[in-house]
Design a binder for this molecule. Structure first.
Ligand code: SF4
Length: 250
């Protein structure tokens, strides 16, 4: 009789934000088109380890299941990526899952990305509106920058670039590549550019663009192929222009 094909997971678990991590292994029957999220769902239905020990269900976060929301980012065989888009057929076994520890761990593979959302607030990564009443059609996007704006707008705040960046860590206050990319996006917007000066001031302050070491890791890590270092360089030019303007306006 042919032996059934299986999938072997080695998962780094952690019961609470401050408890010690530990490893558990799981073996699942193989099914075609499985991905890491569907495998975690199988483990959730029947949380029994490779050695037959009953355990608690592994905790992780997911939402859209189509590589848009960014919620299921975790380390898969050491690489930060989206679990919903990680096909088992493309992964070397045993498949090692771990939380992206650049962010605080909530439980098991679920992390707290608040620091990134706070940085988006700091750079005013939004377009200000006066109110909820009808204000007519929105202004046209500049056709010269629309392609760039579309590219950066695909950011899903997954945090892969933050995890890959050597300057984003618990000992640094660097806001990281994703919020800088978003600052550039909203500076390009015909309404967002009204707040460009405030954004530039926010990224010039401590922990802003000056803390970028240009390691280029973020570009390699971004699952949306956003040319982060190029846009950070453009933002740097805006920072220098603003600095000169400030000197002459004194
Ligand atoms: Fe994720 Fe790319 Fe956005 Fe960084 S820039 S948060 S890697 S989508």
């Amino acid at each position: 009789m042919a032996t059934q094909k299986t999938v072997h997971f080695i998962i780094e678990r952690q019961d609470s934000p401050n408890s010690a991590p530990y490893i558990e292994e799981f073996v699942l029957p193989y099914r075609p088109s499985m991905n890491v999220v569907s495998s975690l769902m199988e483990i959730q239905k029947n949380p029994v380890t490779k050695d037959g020990k009953k355990t608690t269900a592994v905790v992780w976060e997911c939402n859209c299941l189509e590589k848009v929301c960014g919620a299921c980012m975790m380390l898969i065989n050491g690489k930060a990526q989206q679990a919903c888009a990680a096909l088992i057929d493309h992964l070397e076994q045993p498949i090692r899952l771990a939380p992206a520890r650049t962010f605080p761990v909530v439980r098991d593979l679920a992390i707290d990305r608040t620091v990134m959302f706070e940085s988006l607030k700091r750079v005013q990564a939004w377009v200000s509106v006066d109110g909820s009443w009808p204000v007519g059609p929105a202004p046209r996007q500049n056709p010269k920058t629309a392609t760039t704006a579309y590219e950066i707008s695909r950011c899903m705040t997954c945090g892969c670039c933050m995890h890959a960046c050597p300057n984003v860590n618990s000992g640094s206050d660097f806001i990281g590549p994703a919020p800088l990319g978003q600052a550039h996006l909203f500076n390009l917007h015909p309404i967002g550019e009204y707040n460009k000066e405030e954004r530039i001031e926010a990224i010039t302050a401590k922990g802003g663009i000056g803390s970028c070491g240009n390691s280029q890791n973020c570009v390699q890590a971004c699952p949306k192929d956003i040319k982060l270092t190029e846009y950070i360089a453009r933002l740097n030019r805006d920072v220098n222009k603003q600095a000169l303007k400030n000197i002459f306006n004194k």
